[in-house]
Design a binder for this molecule. Structure first.
Ligand code: HEM
Length: 118
């Protein structure tokens, strides 16, 4: 149950990010809307909170938990690259955008395989 909610927030996070980049590029005025400003913070907070809940629910810290640390580190890189993509323009923006999506893909790989780099 919590896992489904966690995965839902993961999908909302990445689809929201892609939508904001597209708005920043093609319809920047829409980004002024209050919802566009606060929704990403709420979604990402809930993504992390449901992730932490799963850590304790599944007693994951009792075993090999390097993949969880890896996931959190790449999540921070994903958020950082996402912020840079929003703040820059042109090729720089698209490079950060692709980097952020690659991080998201890597997090998915870690989540499913339960194998990180630590
Ligand atoms: C962009 C960020 C994230 C994405 C895309 C993501 C994605 C996923 C996915 C798809 C699963 C299901 C994997 C499966 O069972 O096949 C999962 C499970 C899990 N996630 Fe995340 N996650 C993210 C962030 C986090 C964070 C920040 C934490 C911890 C603080 C976390 C902790 C967990 C745990 C412990 C499970 C395993 C649940 C279980 O099998 O009992 N996740 N995640």
């Amino acid at each position: 149950m919590i896992k489904s909610i966690h995965m839902l927030f993961a999908i909302l996070s990445v689809s929201g990010f892609i939508s904001r980049i597209m708005l920043a590029e093609f319809k920047p005025t829409l980004l002024q809307a209050k919802l566009a400003k606060i929704a990403p913070h709420i979604i990402d907070t809930l993504l992390i909170l449901t992730g932490l809940t799963l850590v304790f629910q599944g007693n994951w810290l009792a075993g090999e938990y390097g993949w969880i640390i890896s996931k959190i580190i790449i999540l921070l890189v994903y958020i950082g690259l996402g912020v840079l993509a929003m703040r820059n323009t042109g090729m720089k923006r698209w490079s950060y955008f692709v980097g952020a999506l690659a991080c998201f893909g890597y997090i998915l790989f870690i989540a499913i395989s339960k194998h990180g780099f630590i």
